[in-house]
Design a protein around this ligand. Structure first.
Ligand SMILES: NC(=O)C1=CN([C@@H]2O[C@H](COP(=O)(O)OP(=O)(O)OC[C@H]3O[C@@H](n4cnc5c(N)ncnc54)[C@H](OP(=O)(O)O)[C@@H]3O)[C@@H](O)[C@H]2O)C=CC1
Ligand SMILES: Cc1cn([C@H]2C[C@H](O)[C@@H](COP(=O)(O)OP(=O)(O)O[C@H]3O[C@@H](C)C(=O)[C@@H](O)[C@H]3O)O2)c(=O)[nH]c1=O
Ligand SMILES: [Mg+2]
Length: 285
């Protein structure tokens, strides 16, 4: 049995869809601000694999709430990874492009130097370090710009804002790969089962949607596919001040995922599926 930390989040929901036998633990079952209690659940259930799909993901709020973010994004994954090592099951952890400072235009490979610009990235990087230090069979999957038909994400924000706006100013100088949560869920499940058979595959990997695009370009495609007439004006990051600085270069080199037979998903076609799922639920019309 696969044990998943997370239940209501974008990734956890997509894992649950694809692995109906997995046990998905929500905050009410496993509160990550209490890492040792969560670790005990691993020792109790003795799963075949653990996937951590929960995190503190409010990037701007983390700037003024770093202690909570650190407990959830760093202390908890470290404790979960130690418990997984104790019971001898692989631990799959998800991290972020925001561990990088985002200089230059070259895609980052997994071994490139990290230097987070904000509290969210700092706490996620500390989580990666805790997972590696736990000494068990693990995979750290860094992804970026996650979207799905459920929960808070950039697609939902754009559809909501476009209902009342003819024009939106969106940053055009941050470039990255929008990534469908469904594809990350498949990747996590593939990695978990392959790691159980071949521990030599353990390590840090990158996984993001292709092709790379700016947030403004992503917004334009959201409006094109959803038939919205809202236009997008690309602006420099300097004209969109936020509490947390974000990397300009979020490009991830995903080449080593070939080891698992995984390739970068095409985000535009996944977006079509996500929009049609949202329209079936009449989240937009
Ligand atoms: N969203 C993105 O754009 C990106 C996300 N990632 C990473 O991908 C992973 C999945 O993210 P995603 O699915 O988008 O995240 P979401 O924001 O959609 O969901 C986060 C989940 O974590 C849960 N959670 C938060 N705090 C706690 C807590 N104290 N105890 C238990 N559960 C908690 C939330 O539960 P509740 O609903 O109860 O609050 C929620 O289910 C994370 O590791 C994230 O850092 C990486 C790159 C981009
Ligand atoms: C709403 C809005 C956002 N923006 C900008 C702000 C930001 O640079 C970009 C995206 O906004 P968001 O709030 O969705 O960004 P953000 O929450 O920072 O998204 C990040 O979340 C975390 C969890 C990750 O790990 C990252 O990979 C990334 O997905 O768009 C505009 O330029 N105009 C707007 O009207
Ligand atoms: Mg956000």
């Amino acid at each position: 049995m696969i044990l998943v930390f997370g239940k209501s989040g974008q990734l956890a929901r997509e894992i649950a869809r694809r692995a109906p036998d997995a046990l998905c633990l929500g905050r009410e079952d496993a509160d990550l601000t209490r890492p040792e209690g969560c670790a005990r659940l691993i020792r109790y259930h003795r799963p075949t694999a653990v996937i951590n799909a929960a995190a503190y993901t409010a990037v701007d709020r983390a700037e003024s709430d770093e202690d909570t973010a650190r407990r959830i994004n760093a202390d908890a994954p470290a404790a979960l990874a130690r418990a997984s090592a104790d019971v001898g099951c692989p631990f799959v952890h998800v991290s972020t492009d925001y561990v990088f400072a985002g200089d230059g235009e070259t895609p980052f490979s997994p071994e490139d130097g990290t230097a987070p610009l904000g509290a969210y990235g700092r706490t996620k990087l500390a989580g990666e370090e805790g997972v590696r230090a736990a000494g068990g069979v693990h995979a750290i999957l860094r992804t970026s710009w996650v979207f799905s038909a459920h929960g808070g994400n950039f697609v939902a924000s754009m559809l909501r804002l476009s209902a009342t706006r003819d024009m939106l100013s969106i940053v055009g100088d941050q470039i990255g790969g929008p990534t469908p949560a469904g594809a990350i869920a498949e990747a996590c499940l593939t990695i978990a089962s392959r790691l159980a058979r071949d521990p030599s595959l353990a390590g840090t990997y990158h996984f993001s949607g292709a092709p790379d695009v700016s947030w403004a370009g992503f917004a334009e495609e959201i409006f094109r596919q959803s038939g919205r007439s809202t236009t997008v004006t690309p602006i420099p990051s300097s004209q969109y001040p936020t509490p947390a600085r974000r990397p300009m270069n979020s490009r991830l080199d995903c080449g080593t995922l070939h080891r698992f037979g995984l390739e970068r998903p095409d985000w535009a076609s996944a977006l079509r599926e996500v929009l049609s799922e949202m329209s079936e639920r009449s989240e937009w019309a």
